[in-house]
Each structure stands twice: as C-alpha cells, then as structure tokens.
Design a protein around this ligand. Sequence first.
Ligand code: GTP
Ligand code: MG
Length: 290
Amino acid sequence: MKQINWYPGHMKKTKELIQANLKLVDVVVELLDARIPMSSRNPQIDEIITNKVRVIVLNKTDLANNAVTKEWVSYFDKQGIKAIEVNSLTGAGLDKLMKELDETVKEKMDARIEKGMKKRPVRAMIVGIPNVGKSSIINRLIGKKSAKTGDKPGVTRGKQWVRLKGKGNVELLDMPGILWPKFEDVQVGIKLAFAGSIKDEILDIETIALRLIEYICEKNPEAMKNRYKLDEIDEDGLTNMDNIAEKRGCIMSGGRIDYARVANIVLDEFRSGKIDRISLESPSDISSDL
Ligand SMILES: Nc1nc2c(ncn2[C@@H]2O[C@H](COP(=O)(O)OP(=O)(O)OP(=O)(O)O)[C@@H](O)[C@H]2O)c(=O)[nH]1
Ligand SMILES: [Mg+2]
C-alpha cells in the first residue's frame, strides 16, 4: 500500500506554536491514544520538548483492552515516565492526573514560596496527535464545553488557555493536534488511520477498512462474528468484507457491493468501540520487533 504522507502547512505552524509556548509552562501533558500508545507518540515531541517535565495520558481507555493498557502503564513506568489512564468522556482518571501535575511541580512551587514569592497555578500544555481527545479532556476538567471538539482530526486550530478553578489550581494550554512529516513505518500510518487521526479524505478508505477487517478477524474473530452476525470468518479478508456488506445491506443496484459504505461502517464502529475494546499494539510487540 502506498505510504501515507501528511504534513500540511498548519502542522509546521503547530510545531512552532509548541516551541514558542514551551517556556510558559511547567509541565507538558502528552496525550496518547490508549489503543496505539506507540504509534500515537510523535517522535518530534521528544525533539521539541527537552528539559520539561512530562506526564503521559493514555486517553480513550474505554476503547482499548484493559489488560493491555495496564501493560503500557508499566512499560512507561520502567522508563521513568508516569502514564495515567483516562477516559475523557466520563472523566475517569482526571483526578489522578491533577494530583500528578501538582506533584511534578511541587519542588518548583516550594522553592518559590521559600523565596517569598506567591504560589501560582500550575501551567500545563496539552500536546498530542489530532483527534486523540485534547480538547475533550479540557472540557471535562472545566465542566463545560469551552474548547471545540469533534470526531475528526484537525478540529482545534489555534492555542487556547483554560483556567481550572477549584480543581488543583491549574492552567491548561490546549493545542492543535500535531503529526510528523513522514511515518518511518507504514504500519504506524495505518494504525493512525484506523484510530481516526488522519483525515479520511486523504486516505484510501476502502483499503484501510479492509486492513482493519483483516486485523480484527485475525486477532479477535469472535468480536467480528458477533458484531456482524457472520457464520464464520474466512481466510480471505475481502470475502469477510463482502459478507459484512451483505449483512449490512451495502449492496448497490445490479448487486454490486458498495465498498465505500461498508468501509465507513466498519471504521466508524471500530472508532466508537462498538466492535470490541481493541488495542492495536502492546509493549510486547515492540520488544519482539527489536
Ligand atoms: N470513546 C472515547 N472518545 C473520546 C475520548 N476522548 C475524546 N473522545 C472523542 O474523540 C474525538 C476527538 O476529540 P477532541 O477532543 O476533539 O480531540 P483533539 O485531540 O482536541 O483533536 P484536534 O483538535 O483535532 O487535534 C471526539 O469525538 C471525542 O468525543 C475518550 O476518552 N473516549
Ligand atoms: Mg482539539
């Protein structure tokens, strides 16, 4: 499959925006998609963010496999990075995140007080790939819809400061999503496409859906059988796609299969967790890659 290349001008601007605002914050919250904690890590973030405390949030844990998410938490822990499991739709895990933010700047704040300065709010920047839930976390924390969110990538365009009153005295900086210019590994691009972090408009949606069907049929055949009422899983991915299309009535006049429609159905249902809670990678995949 052709390499996904995606680096529109506003991504470069976002990188500059992050760089320019870094000095204003105490801590960086790096949001990852719990289904793809490795593939949703932007290698550029490591280059940009040096000398800054970082906390990882594994968001959308409701869509990922619980046991695998726990493996990721200990994976990051071993690297000395605190990772916190969050569901920003329900707010689960956010108290823990607030506590952690307080914790990370405690020394700095204590030093301020010692010097006779006033305690000030913790300032945190939220970074991550498009569609990972940055604005949703902020909205959940302030208890109202202040930042625009949406089920497609590229919703937030500029930066936005949000002050959380009563919740640990924190100021958060929402940022647009950022992707990097080139995916070294084609698989990374495909997983980002599965998760909805690359605009569907620039993707070959039918091929992406076929890949996803192949993946889930292999890893979790029962979930596919249940969701699409399939009698059996075929060895051939396209046959499975055809069968799903039939079950869902994605047939055009003349009996031809409407691949665009079935592709959208499967991607939508995966992205909203209707097929199952599916993690697309686990720490053991990485160690076996090495
Ligand atoms: N199931 C689930 N969906 C979530 C969660 N957090 C966010 N979403 C959904 O994911 C989509 C993207 O959320 P946003 O908050 O707009 O994401 P963003 O990172 O700000 O995206 P950009 O501004 O485009 O970079 C929305 O449809 C949210 O409702 C979560 O924890 N679980
Ligand atoms: Mg946003």
